[in-house]
Design a binder for this molecule. Structure first.
Ligand code: FAD
Ligand code: DHB
Length: 389
């Protein structure tokens, strides 16, 4: 069998790329290791930058997002018992969209079904061959049978634990990594959000975040130990700890209820360079991971997809390889800026084990500076709504 692009991974990066390529008349086969229900069951990101909102429009999959998503034009930051607001619309003329990754993924799968796109679920042993030649191919197993697809290009959209990044030889690849000494315990509950806007809270007991999916579905996070387990947390214990970490005016109005999902995510900054090897291109978590503070993971995956989509379109339209030749440079230039923002915001908001009194004073001084300086707020707002592609 032959196709133009094999996309390894049917998460948001792979699906969005598949849809955009389809609209340009470029054929792709998507290979996904898990079942569709499994992919749709993963609770992950919740905030879409303006760039991803635009891409959803370009991909023709923004109808539900426009009616069910929530436009946010600012966010609240709590520390030392008080709260202040960063107004995105005032500082940037832009806003973000609260619309879950689960919904983005569902819309993309629905669109793929409608176009009859070839998506293979529950595939195993995906191997990318000859990516450094002009004739790459991909082999995989499915339902006890082995398959072989010849292609022009391979898009590695298979997340942090996928095979694509590891296909690039160690001698060619450099990995940059920082692991944080804490994780996030997240709870989803069918309760109204505590506030119309997100609240990021720095407290002496550790970071907390109040987020949402819709008017009846809330998403909350608290910083926890890396070795902790969701089983150690009853719902009551979670709500008590959350109340202690957020400003009193929010704690007093928090409506609690049973959790419908509870999980722990580790925090990591990671980038691999380059993001291209021959005819293999890495996109999204396959190439980089950010700590979640500031919601940049999914959004950075989307900017990669944008650059790769443009490069491949240019190549197929007129044989011009400039876009694919500069893909890694362009994507990485934006990736590193987003890494910086996520790292900065994580450092500002978390309690670090072994943090000295001086370190705490520095965090508080930086928060006070952000509260009082329109210029600092503008810098934060620019990053939060998303740097331009
Ligand atoms: P993924 O979503 O990881 O998709 C990759 C796909 O490839 C998966 O479906 C996987 O099953 C498949 N795959 C893997 N290996 C293979 C293989 N060998 N063959 C075939 N298929 C394969 N970001 C935020 O902004 N906010 C958050 O709150 C947030 N929470 C997160 C919580 C967790 C637990 C994780 C892991 C990530 C979270 N992120 C969050 C990050 C965000 O979800 C990711 O940045 C985003 O999912 C990246 O999309 P992707 O398509 O590149 O990768
Ligand atoms: C969410 C996650 C984030 O990391 C963030 O900064 C904002 C919102 C969320 O899951 O809703």
């Amino acid at each position: 069998m032959r196709t133009q692009v094999v996309i390894v991974g049917g998460g948001p990066s792979g699906l969005l790329l598949g849809q955009l390529l389809h609209l340009a008349g470029i054929d792709a086969v998507i290979l996904e290791r898990k079942s569709r229900d499994y992919v749709l069951g993963r609770i992950r990101a919740g905030v879409l930058e303006r760039g991803l909102v635009d891409l959803m429009g370009q991909a023709g999959v923004d109808a539900r997002m426009k009616t069910e998503g929530f436009v946010h034009d600012g966010t609240l930051i709590g520390y030392d018992g008080e709260m202040f607001r960063v107004d995105f619309a005032h500082h940037t003329d832009a806003t973000v969209m609260v619309y879950g990754q689960t919904e983005v993924t569902r819309d993309l799968y629905d669109a793929r079904d409608a176009t009859g796109g070839d998506t293979r679920f529950e595939v195993d042993n995906v191997v990318i061959h000859d990516a450094d030649t002009d004739a790459p191919f991909v082999t995989f197993d499915q339902g006890g049978e082995s398959h072989h697809i010849d292609c022009d290009f391979v898009a590695g959209c298979d997340g942090f634990h996928g095979v694509s990044r590891k296909t690039i030889p160690d001698a060619v690849r450099t990995d940059f990594e920082k692991v944080y000494p804490f994780g996030w315990l997240g709870v989803l509950s069918e309760t109204p959000p505590v506030n119309d806007e997100l609240i990021y809270a720095n407290s002496a007991r550790g970071f907390a975040l109040c987020s949402m999916r819709n008017a009846q579905l809330s998403r909350y996070y608290i910083q926890c130990d890396t070795a902790d387990s969701p089983d150690n947390w009853t719902d009551d214990a979670f709500w008590d700890e959350l109340r202690r970490r957020i400003p009193a005016e929010a704690a007093e109005t928090l409506i609690t209820g049973p959790s419908i999902e509870k999980s722990i995510a580790p925090l990591r900054s990671f980038v691999t360079e380059p993001m291209r090897w021959g005819r293999l291109f890495l996109c999204g978590d396959a190439a980089h991971i950010v700590p979640p503070t500031g919601a940049k993971g999914l959004n950075t995956a989307a900017s990669d997809v944008h650059y790769l989509n443009q490069g491949l379109r240019q190549f197929y339209a007129d044989g011009d390889s400039h876009g694919i030749d500069t893909y890694s440079q362009k994507a990485l230039a934006r990736v590193w800026k987003t890494q910086r923002f996520s790292w900065w915001f994580s450092n500002l908001m978390h309690h670090y084990p072994g943090q000295t009194d001086f370190d705490k004073k520095m965090q508080l001084a930086e928060l006070a500076f952000l509260r009082d300086s329109p210029e600092a707020q503008a810098a934060m707002a620019l990053n939060y709504v998303g740097l331009p592609y």
